[in-house]
Each structure stands twice: as structure tokens, then as C-alpha cells.
Design a protein around this ligand. Structure first.
Ligand code: FES
Length: 278
């Protein structure tokens, strides 16, 4: 930075907000940048990819299938969008027909967890709000960031969404185990594999969360002062390893949870045949 200032002929003690950047580095205005790489690629694919997921999951949640032949379960398989399953025998008359779906009782938890995730915030601020679209690229409103205010203050609830997310990992792991028990006894179907991978990926995503890392090793002044603290330090180190690839786990788990619902739905609708391996 000092070198930049020197080049621009500025005094070394000029306050930062008064420093005039060289013209070629000025990023005032949407998309203005000196970057020569394909910086737009990441906001493009993340924005499109997440939009596809939101459209599919909304459609899937609002289409549980006809009464008596739901599309969210088949044999021992249960779609993760509907687990744990709460079946309402008689919806109140005034309840909108479109919203009569058991997914309503579930999806708020993973939705809240992902929407407030630090990585998701980074990508949707870039892809949808373009605020900014990438590092060192101009944004529409200029540099007026004032912290998380207004509705965005709800982002602080991430640490609380962690608890239902952890509970869902356990519930979906149980679903994965149940998926091996068919009406004719123990077996392995392709769906069993799909529903086993799902809680593993969701688990790794959840355990790599920044809030989980803090839960495990945060609020400690001394890591070596007691056996409990030493154990927490060891755990924190392991969680930190997972945390390094949080973005990867976020995408893999998102894609797989959508595919798991699609798999169960297609098999329940009779469009795909479940391959019974054992
Ligand atoms: Fe991404 Fe917590 S930071 S799930």
C-alpha cells in the first residue's frame, strides 16, 4: 500500500480515506476493475447453481404427492426434505391448499442454517446483491458497507440454527440406517446408498461450520489447563481441518440432499426403478 501511495505521489502519512488510487485501480462503479482474470465466473455459477436448488426444493416441498401415495417415501426410503415426517391428518379449512405439505415443519431449519452460513452469505452477497461481485471489483452502491443492519441482523442467528441442524444430522443418519430394512428383511438398494451418503455429507458440512468450531473450542483462555480443555483443543484442531473446505462441503451436501429427494421421488412415482444390490 505504501508503494502504491509512493507511486501516486502521496505523502506517507496521508489518511487512508483521503488516498487517491491510481486511475487504473479505481473500482468506482459496478463491475469496474483492473482484474484480468474471469472473476465473474464464480458469482455466475454459484448464483445459478443455488437458484436451481431453490426452485427445485420449493417445487419438491410443495408437491408431496397425492394422499395415500406420497412421493416423499418409498419402501424404507424417506426423502430428507420431509424428515422427520409429520403427517397432518386433517389440515384446517383455512390453511392454503398449496402449503399443505409435511415439508413445512422441516425446511425452516436447514434453510435458516444455510441462509445465515458465513460462506453462503459471501456467495449470495456477491452473486445476487453484487455487493461487491468479487474482490477488487466495483459494486453498485459504492463502498457504503455499514455492518449487518436491518433485516440482515437476523444473520446473527446462525449459531442458534446450528442446534436444529445438528439434530437433523442425527435424524437423517437414522433414516440412512432404516433404508436398509425392506419389507422382506435386510437389503441394500441404490437408494440405501444415496440415503447413507446424504447424512455423511450433511454431517461434514455441519461439523465444518464456524459456529460449531466456536462451540467446540471457543470461549477458552487456556487450552492446556485441564483435561477437558486439552480434549476440546484436540477436537477444535480436527474441526478446523474440516472448516478449511467448508465451501466444498456446503456445495456437495446441497447437491446431494437435492438428489436424495429426487431419487426417492422418482422411485415413488415409478419413473426410476430402485436397483436392489442385495
Ligand atoms: Fe457455514 Fe456455519 S458457517 S454452516
Amino acid at each position: 500500500m505504501i508503494e502504491l501511495c509512493d507511486k501516486a505521489g502521496m505523502e506517507k502519512d496521508t489518511p487512508m480515506d483521503k488516498v487517491a488510487l491510481p486511475k487504473e485501480l479505481d473500482t468506482t462503479g459496478l463491475g469496474k476493475t483492473a482484474r484480468k482474470d474471469a472473476w465473474w465466473l464464480e458469482p455466475l455459477w454459484t448464483g445459478l447453481g443455488f437458484a436451481v436448488f431453490v426452485v427445485y426444493s420449493t417445487w419438491g416441498a410443495l408437491n408431496p404427492g397425492p394422499e395415500g401415495h406420497p412421493y416423499y417415501e418409498w419402501g424404507p426410503y424417506l426423502s430428507p426434505f420431509f424428515s422427520p415426517l409429520f403427517v397432518v391428518q386433517a389440515w384446517p379449512e383455512w390453511w392454503p391448499k398449496l402449503a399443505r405439505t409435511p415439508a413445512l415443519f422441516i425446511l425452516w431449519a436447514p434453510l435458516g442454517f444455510r441462509a445465515t452460513c458465513y460462506y453462503y452469505r459471501k456467495f449470495y452477497y456477491r452473486a445476487y446483491f453484487m455487493d461487491p461481485p468479487a474482490c477488487a471489483v466495483g459494486e453498485p452502491r459504492g463502498q457504503k458497507y455499514q455492518g449487518e443492519r436491518g433485516l440482515f441482523i437476523l444473520q446473527n442467528m446462525h449459531r442458534w440454527f446450528l442446534y436444529p441442524a445438528l439434530a437433523l444430522v442425527v435424524i437423517l443418519a437414522v433414516d440412512g440406517i432404516k433404508s436398509y430394512f425392506f419389507a422382506d428383511g435386510f437389503g441394500i438398494g441404490l437408494g440405501s446408498i444415496v440415503l447413507t451418503i446424504n447424512p455423511i455429507l450433511l454431517g461434514v458440512f455441519t461439523f465444518s461450520c464456524n459456529s460449531f468450531r466456536h462451540l467446540v473450542g471457543g470461549n477458552l483462555d487456556c487450552f492446556s489447563c485441564s483435561v477437558a480443555n486439552k480434549t476440546r483443543f484436540k477436537l477444535w484442531n480436527k474441526v478446523s481441518v474440516l472448516n478449511r473446505n467448508h465451501m466444498l462441503w456446503a456445495w456437495l451436501s446441497l447437491i446431494w440432499v437435492g438428489f436424495s429427494d429426487l431419487y426417492v421421488r422418482m422411485v415413488a412415482m415409478g419413473i426410476w426403478t430402485d436397483w436392489r444390490i442385495l
